[in-house]
Every structure is written in structure tokens, then in C-alpha cells.
Design a protein around this ligand. Structure first.
Ligand SMILES: Cc1ncc(COP(=O)(O)O)c(C=O)c1O
Length: 390
């Protein structure tokens, strides 16, 4: 039985896959079982930001895999200590909690913000305001936080204590604030919801509101962080910082890892035993993560992401000028979206046949999240095909 038949027979049918099995990846390219080469503008959904099998990451994984893979969080290890201190050095944060996925990092952020106030005796402060169209994960708490009804179907009742407001609407947010609110949680650039950046004035006003009302501000940077928007963290584009931030996806360049970062003050919400996960911050995952942060945080690397992101954005905008089917082009850095009048799916399928991997979200939007090492010539090739398909 081939891999496709076997998967379809034995793996839960929760993913609608495109009918190819991949066997090899290198840089921005992937190869399927028939030896056909593809240019990857999806990067495993904004994960393989340094490209497939980046030599330095491969070397870090191999080195760590042959030294020490797992000992549990009952003990100390150097890779975990190094990655935590590096993330704090590069961000607003003072402390890091390691998890294994984005949903788990967000789960930790939700738990931390509730416990922060409950520990202070403010037991009624449990409500978390999130944004319509947001995506925060598929566990019950993160699904409850997510502002999209379609993915909640069949899972009710969800967790109590979440409220949803339109994104980029400061009045709607202010109207939802009451004495029960413990946190506001948002993606500085919404990914799954349609590649929608926060307006600068809005994000600054949200920070001020949180300061005024002593509410914790959580940024979910699982998709938009780690260099994706041209700065190490997307909120740097806005000149403000959150109290809590979550990361995952690109942090391990493909090795599963998530992280919740917090200020010293917010971190006081957790004590010994408040939260835990067996696999959080294994030496293997954190050794890879450390190498990823070392590479992505270099100014020269981030400058290139900005330049190439701008070029890609401009080229997509030229297609908008040319084709009435294109309603909008938006995004930051290399997190870009093209909104069509209808049916992004057929373009995705046609591009796939021509050897380009992108994906469609919210029915009408083409999302481009290539490895951050993508070059102009690959972008030019994609634009040419997209032009003729449009
Ligand atoms: C912004 C955001 N938050 C959370 C998640 C959930 O991450 P994971 O799939 O690793 O649980 C995702 C995944 O797409 C995401 O884009």
C-alpha cells in the first residue's frame, strides 16, 4: 500500500490533503514521491522559516540527539536555559514557559492571566476578550478563545469567560470592558482569519487601555512572530510590548516547540505546580530553537526579510492593478494575503499542479508564508504563474 492509501485508511480523516506525498525538502524546495520539485510558499504553515533542512538546524538537532534528548522538567538542562535567556534578552519578557505547540502556549497564557488575578484574591476577574476572526488553537480553551464560529461546530459547550469584539475597533473593545476582564488577547497580524494587520493606532490604544484598567495584554505571535513580519516579533513594528506573548511554529523550524513569554509581574501568576507539561522545553527542541533564534534575530537577516517582503507585496499589488478579480493585497513582511472575489481554492490547486505550494484561507484569500530565505527569482516565477491563472 502506498503512503497516500495507508494514510487515508489509517489516519483520522481530519485533514483534507492535496494528493501528493513529499519525501525530501531542501531550502525553499520540496520533492514528491515521483521526483517532482515544488517551490514552497507555505513553509509547513509558517513553520520552516529557515527553509527545509537548514544545515545549522540539522547540525544542532543531530548534535543534541546524540547527546541528550529528554530528562523531564524535574531537572535542569543547558539548552532550555540558553533558549529561555536568549528569548528574554531579545524581547520584553523576563520569564519563559515551554510547551509543545501553539495551542499549548496559548493555553498557558490563558491559565496564567486568570491565575494572576485569582492569586491576588480577584476571583471574579476571569474574562478574556479576544477578536473576531482570530485563531488561537484547537484545545478547548484556545478554541473558546478563537473568534471563528465555523471551527467550534460540534464542540459546545465551550469554556465560559470569553468575549469577542471586532478587530481594529477600539470602541467595541472599550464597550466590552468590565470589572471581570483579566486579559485582552490578540494576534498583532491575524493569520488564519485572513492576513489582517492591526492598525498602529488601534494597537497603541489597546496597550493604553490595558494600562489604565490594569488588564493583561496577550499577543499571540505564533504565526506572525519569529521574523515573519520583518522584525523578530511583530509587535516591534508597533512600538509597544505586551505582558504575555506566545510563540510556536517557526521557533523550532519544524521541531515541535511552543513558548509563553511573560514579564516578571505577569509571571507571578504561576507558582510551583501551577502548570506543567512532560515534553515542554526538551533539550532537543530547545537546542533547535536556540539555533533558530540566533539566526533569525540577526539584523542582516531581518533586513532581508523586510526587503524581500516589500518586493513580494509590490509584485502582488501589481497583479491587483491588472486583475479585477483581486480585491485586496495586504500583510506585513512575508505574511501576505491576496483577497479574491471568490474561490481561492482553484488557484491553489492549479499552482500546485505547476509546482508551487501556497494555501487558501477563508475561501477567498490566498496566503503566502514562504520560508524567510525566499529569493526574488522564486517570487518572480510564482507571480508569472499567478498572473496567467488570474
Ligand atoms: C495565531 C495562531 N495561534 C495559535 C495557533 C495554534 O498553533 P498549533 O497548531 O501549533 O497548536 C496557530 C496555528 O495556526 C496560529 O496561527
Amino acid at each position: 500500500m502506498d503512503s497516500i492509501k495507508k494514510t487515508d485508511n489509517f489516519v483520522f480523516q481530519t485533514y483534507q490533503r492535496q494528493g501528493k506525498a513529499f519525501v525530501k525538502g531542501q531550502g525553499v524546495f520540496l520533492w514528491d514521491e515521483d521526483g517532482k520539485k515544488y517551490t514552497d510558499f507555505l513553509a509547513g504553515i509558517a513553520v520552516v522559516s529557515l527553509g527545509h533542512c537548514h544545515p545549522k538546524i540539522t547540525e544542532a538537532i543531530q548534535r543534541q540527539a546524540s547527546t541528550l534528548v529528554h530528562v523531564s522538567n524535574l531537572f535542569y538542562t543547558m539548552p532550555q536555559a540558553d533558549l529561555a535567556s536568549k528569548l528574554c534578552e531579545k524581547s520584553f519578557a523576563d520569564r519563559v514557559f515551554f510547551a509543545n505547540s501553539g495551542a499549548e502556549a496559548n493555553e498557558a497564557a490563558i491559565k496564567l492571566s486568570r491565575r494572576y488575578f485569582q492569586k491576588k484574591g480577584e476571583k471574579n476577574r476571569f474574562k478574556i476578550i479576544t477578536m473576531e476572526q482570530s485563531f488561537h488553537g484547537r484545545t478547548m480553551a484556545t478554541l473558546s478563545a478563537t473568534g471563528q464560529d465555523k471551527i467550534k461546530d460540534g464542540f459546545y459547550p465551550l469554556l465560559k469567560g470569553f468575549a469577542y469584539v471586532p478587530f481594529n475597533d477600539i470602541d467595541a473593545l472599550k464597550n466590552e470592558i468590565d470589572e471581570t476582564v483579566c486579559a485582552i488577547m490578540l494576534e498583532p497580524v491575524q493569520g488564519e482569519g485572513g492576513v489582517i494587520p492591526a492598525d498602529p493606532d488601534y494597537l497603541i490604544a489597546v496597550r493604553e487601555l490595558c494600562n489604565d484598567k490594569k488588564i493583561l495584554l496577550i499577543f499571540d505571535e505564533i504565526q506572525c512572530g519569529m521574523g515573519r513580519c520583518g522584525t523578530l516579533f511583530a509587535h516591534e513594528l508597533y512600538g509597544i510590548t505586551p505582558d504575555i506573548m506566545t510563540l510556536a511554529k517557526a521557533l523550532g523550524n519544524g521541531l515541535p516547540i511552543g513558548a509563553m513569554l511573560a514579564t516578571q509581574d505577569a509571571a507571578t501568576g504561576f507558582d510551583f505546580g501551577s502548570h506543567a507539561t512532560t515534553f515542554g522545553g526538551t533539550p532537543l527542541a530547545t537546542a533547535a530553537g536556540l539555533e533558530v533564534v540566533n539566526i533569525i534575530s540577526k539584523e542582516i537577516f531581518l533586513d532581508k526579510v523586510c526587503q524581500i517582503g516589500e518586493y513580494f507585496n509590490e509584485e502582488l499589488k501589481k497583479l491587483k492593478e491588472k486583475h479585477t478579480r483581486v480585491l485586496d493585497v495586504r500583510g506585513k513582511g512575508l505574511l501576505l494575503g491576496m483577497e479574491l472575489d471568490k474561490d481561492a481554492g482553484s488557484i491553489v490547486v492549479e499552482l500546485f499542479k505547476k509546482g508551487f505550494i501556497i494555501n487558501g484561507i477563508q475561501d477567498k484569500i490566498l496566503r503566502f508564508v514562504p520560508p524567510l530565505i525566499i529569493e526574488k527569482q522564486e517570487i518572480d516565477r510564482l507571480i508569472k504563474e499567478l498572473d496567467s491563472l488570474l
